[in-house]
Write a protein that binds this ligand. Structure first.
Ligand SMILES: C[S@@+](CC[C@H](N)C(=O)[O-])C[C@H]1O[C@@H](n2cnc3c(N)ncnc32)[C@H](O)[C@@H]1O
Ligand SMILES: [Zn+2]
Length: 354
């Protein structure tokens, strides 16, 4: 964790800045000092660990990083979250934390062209990002954080899962990318911090996508933007088949499901050779597996379709109505792509500025 990140973080309980206690330092590839192990302490009494260079702002931080808790046990204050608070958090989010942690630990391939295309959804251009401070909410292994930084932004990637470890590995030597393990229902930043809050393929995997979206809007500066990619409503037959298959897959151990997803590889091959040209067969294949000219992507996308605990789909009009009801302006987006909205400057602030 770079010292710069300390300026951007705030305690999710009281919104005050953190004080830093350092246990171990390291040097990045440019010889810049980073906090490798340490604590972030809030005036309200809350504290959170920094584990292997990543702040972990979660109620179950010490359960995930028990080796850290053991190694520094003489230097740690009592944990502020009650057993009940931790259990409640884990009831809602542990499965998501684990399954995405598994997915983005086993897979963290970078495909520059593709990642760039995704990052620009929501009608964005590379110029749009230049000089901006961006929150990549639900960053996974930070494939989009990297692209957005290359466009000229400074980025904070936030994710619930241990995917942050791969995210940090992939972005370690970039001083304009910061990685935090945290929950987008309790983002550890002051309100109105970011020029752009960007969230690609995340909100539909939370227990309450609309509440997650509304919460994120609070972290956008006045005059800033929010851009989100959310699964769209699928036609009824496909949605029914998907929910039936998911009833089974959600009960399987992750490794078993990951291996089973390899069954899509020959189907994917057939799809590209012939199946996509045969009406009916095309729809049948697209109803049960993900296809891609790259078989590895087809495999990981198929696994990605069947492991998440929460998987909601929304019609475009509904997503747009969330933006409107939060008072966002200049809403743009296309079916199956990202949607973006702008947070106007409040009238009172305009008058003061005159
Ligand atoms: C489909 S992945 C997308 C990752 C990344 N945006 C990308 O496109 O590569 C969804 C990500 O959302 C994260 N996530 C789910 N619920 C979250 C929450 N409550 N807070 C933060 N991240 C969350 C998961 O850990 C996972 O990495
Ligand atoms: Zn606090």
């Amino acid at each position: 964790m770079r010292y710069r990140l300390l300026e951007l973080l705030a305690c999710p309980r009281c919104r005050e800045p953190f004080a830093l206690e350092t246990f171990e330092l390291s040097l990045d590839g440019h010889g810049e000092e980073e906090v490798e192990q340490g604590l972030l302490k809030s005036a309200c009494g809350a504290w959170f660990p920094i584990v292997d260079g990543v702040p972990v702002i979660l109620p179950n931080a010490l359960n995930i990083y028990s080796q850290f808790a053991e190694r520094f046990r003489d230097r740690l204050p009592p944990w502020q979250f009650s057993a009940e608070e931790i259990a409640q958090f884990e009831r809602e989010k542990k499965k998501t934390q684990e399954s995405f942690g598994f997915e983005w630990t086993i897979y963290s391939a970078v495909h520059e062209e593709r990642d760039r295309g995704y990052a620009l959804e929501g009608d964005l251009t590379p110029e749009f990002f230049r000089g901006k401070l961006v929150l990549d909410a639900g960053c996974g292994y930070a494939r989009h954080s990297r692209v957005v930084q290359e466009f000229g932004a400074e980025v904070v990637g936030l994710d619930l899962s241990v995917a942050v470890r791969n995210a940090r590995r992939l972005t370690r030597d970039n001083p304009k990318i910061h990685i935090v393990q945290g929950d987008l229902f309790a983002p550890p930043f002051p309100h109105e911090t970011f020029d752009l809050v960007y969230s690609w393929g995340v909100l539909h995997h939370t227990p309450d996508p609309r509440r997650a979206f509304e919460g994120l809007v609070d972290f956008v500066k006045e005059g800033g933007d929010i851009s989100v990619k959310i699964y769209r409503k699928r036609p009824a037959p496909a949605a029914v088949v998907e929910s039936l298959i998911r009833k089974v897959t959600l009960r399987l151990p992750l490794k078993t499901l990951y291996n089973l997803a390899y069954l899509c590889v020959p189907v994917n091959w057939f799809y590209w050779k012939l199946g996509r040209h045969i009406p009916g067969v095309r729809q049948a294949i697209l109803g049960v597996v993900k296809v891609d000219p790259n078989w590895r992507i087809a495999h990981i996308d198929t696994f990605d379709w069947y492991h998440p605990q929460y998987q909601f789909h929304f019609p475009m009009e509904e997503v747009v109505s969330w933006f409107e009801e939060k008072g966002l302006e200049q809403i743009t987006g296309a079916e199956s792509k990202g949607v973006r909205g702008h947070k106007g400057v409040r009238r009172a602030d305009l008058q003061l500025a005159r």
